[in-house]
Ligand binder design. Structure first.
Ligand code: SF4
Length: 339
């Protein structure tokens, strides 16, 4: 871990006349906001409090949030992660993840008489409500999102006969609507803002009457983390994004960094995944993390960099977040009952 970095082959040759200030200036730009959002914080605390209140095991359908470290830590405390409710013993307690579930999943849990705590992020629930409302009004709903993502499955499951998924550019041509005057687009909460607007423009070329959602579906946390990365990326030779491969908002941060001018960018779960070759010839390293990442993992990355000469850390702050969500009602009630 403490090995010296290889010499920078691209650096200007130093001679006695070269002032010290011309030496490569190693620094870190640290994005703020980064890491945990209010929905992730609520979901993780929900599982922790459920373990305290009911005792282990507590079953969790899907990863509570898309982060390896968080999932492993909760497993050690007695959480059991399953893919589907039919893997949960009848009558047991199951927590639904922050990404949300479709009505069919609630129904299957009822059939198995599972006790449930729904940790769906309230901002995902808002998109579900929009899907239900526009389906009730008989709209065709074009849901922009990533095929196979749990959140998209949950939202589409609210109104499967009305929702069509638009993932890639080529999906736009495949969309068929019944009445071009009664079409609305909604989106997954964790997309790239710029890419989503590109998709919307393509859809509007086909359906000029396409309606916009009543409010932003891409959530405040996703947007804020992208704005912070955009602000620092032009100055960065390398941007390290801490996050897991299955975390949509983390992957988007890599794309946003590259799109905004970073020379290189990588997604890593842990500091020991940093390839030393990425740091060759690098002066400014940007560091940020996805909305499901605890800050302890970012601190490990900063320590790794400090050990190799990147000791100066300047924060790039573009927003101050003060959002917090109450724990699920069913859990609050159980906690007050045991007091
Ligand atoms: S990223 Fe946004 S939608 Fe997802 S859990 Fe966080 S606040 Fe909620």
């Amino acid at each position: 871990m403490s090995a010296q970095l290889p010499a920078d082959e691209n650096a200007a040759p130093q001679d006695e006349a070269t002032p010290a200030s011309d030496a490569p200036r190693k620094r870190v730009l640290l994005a703020n906001p980064r890491g945990y959002c209010a929905g992730v914080d609520r979901a993780v605390v929900t599982v922790e409090k459920a373990l305290e209140t009911y005792g282990a095991p507590v079953y969790v359908r899907k990863e509570i949030v898309h982060n390896k470290y968080v999932v492993r830590t909760l497993e050690k405390r007695g959480a059991i992660f399953v893919d589907e409710t039919d893997e949960v013993p009848e009558g047991a307690l199951v927590v639904f993840s922050a990404h949300g579930v479709s009505p069919a999943v609630h129904e299957s849990a009822r059939e198995r008489q599972l006790r449930t705590i729904d940790a769906t992020c309230p901002l995902v629930t808002k998109v579900h409500q929009e899907a239900r409302r526009f389906a009730r009004d008989d709209y065709d709903i074009l849901l922009i999102g990533h095929e196979g993502h749990e959140e998209v499955e949950g939202t589409a499951g609210e109104a499967p006969e009305h929702v069509q998924l638009v993932d890639r550019a080529e999906d736009v041509d495949k969309v068929e609507v019944r009445d071009p005057n009664k079409v609305i687009w909604l989106s997954q909460t964790t997309l790239s803002v710029d890419e989503t607007m590109e998709r919307v423009e393509q859809l509007k070329d086909r359906f000029p009457q396409l309606q916009d959602p009543p409010s932003d579906d891409i959530c405040y946390a996703t947007q804020n983390r992208q704005v912070a990365v955009k602000a620092m990326a032009p100055e960065c030779d390398l941007v390290l994004v801490v996050g897991s491969q299955n975390s949509s908002n983390s992957k988007r941060l890599v794309e946003v960094a590259l799109g905004a001018g970073a020379k290189d960018s990588h997604l890593i779960d842990f500091a020991d995944e940093i390839d030393p070759s990425w740091l060759e010839g690098v002066e400014t390293v940007g560091v940020t993390s996805g909305a499901s990442v605890p800050d302890i993992l970012v601190m490990e990355v900063l320590r790794y960099l400090a050990d190799r000469g990147w000791e100066q850390v300047d924060e790039v702050t573009t927003a101050n977040e003060k959002v917090a969500f109450a724990l699920p009602r069913e859990l609050r009630k159980a906690m007050s009952d045991v007091r």
